[in-house]
Design a protein around this ligand. Sequence first.
Ligand code: ADP
Ligand code: MG
Length: 216
Amino acid sequence: MITERVMDAATITSWMREIDASVRAERDHLVQLDAAIGDGDHGINMTRGFEAVVQALAADGGLPPGKLLGLAGRTLVSTVGGASGPLWGSALRSGGRVLGDQPSFDGPQLVDVLAAALASVKDLGTAAMGDKTMVDALEPAVETLRARIAAGDPLPQALDQAAAAAEAGMRATIPLQARKGRASYLGERSVGHQDPGATSTALIVRALQRAVTSPS
Ligand code: ADP
Ligand code: MG
């Protein structure tokens, strides 16, 4: 089976670097999306948060992957003021707890990490699919990854499918009316706009695919 490609601390560091680079590249777009249905800070929040994460991980002193995710999560909570900071912060911390102190992890364990991250977002934010939030991108990604890994797909292909599912979920937020977060205050006026948090979530899943496919 080729699904058993081993990932480790370097995979997490690479993932966080890839997120930092992609939210920075898309910062203005994320700001525009949030300006339309929120307060226009999402690109700034994500850039500030993941820049701090990369710095924190660079000084980590050889932590195992689960502990790196915990450190990344705590860093997001302490550096990001908007809703996305606590939500992604608790997501990464929950994902990290799945791995404990183990030095490496495989595809099925990566599914468990992302499933724990999703559960934590839903628990904290009380959003479900269709509420026009980051859940609309993260949940299809987790479900697709789980299904593709279970079907025996190689991890890079499974992650590519998961990232495509997140991107489809992101686009599917456009016609929805927001039921959670700041955008929900707009009621029907939130319809016709892509959710900023679903958009950054699609970037985060795509970043994971790149980190696993070509670790730097
Ligand atoms: P804020 O709304 O506090 O300014 P951000 O702009 O950084 O925070 O993030 C906004 C994004 O956070 C939204 O686009 C949405 O995807 C996500 N979000 C907001 N509230 C929730 C929630 N309760 N559950 C899940 N995601 C949420
Ligand atoms: Mg905002």
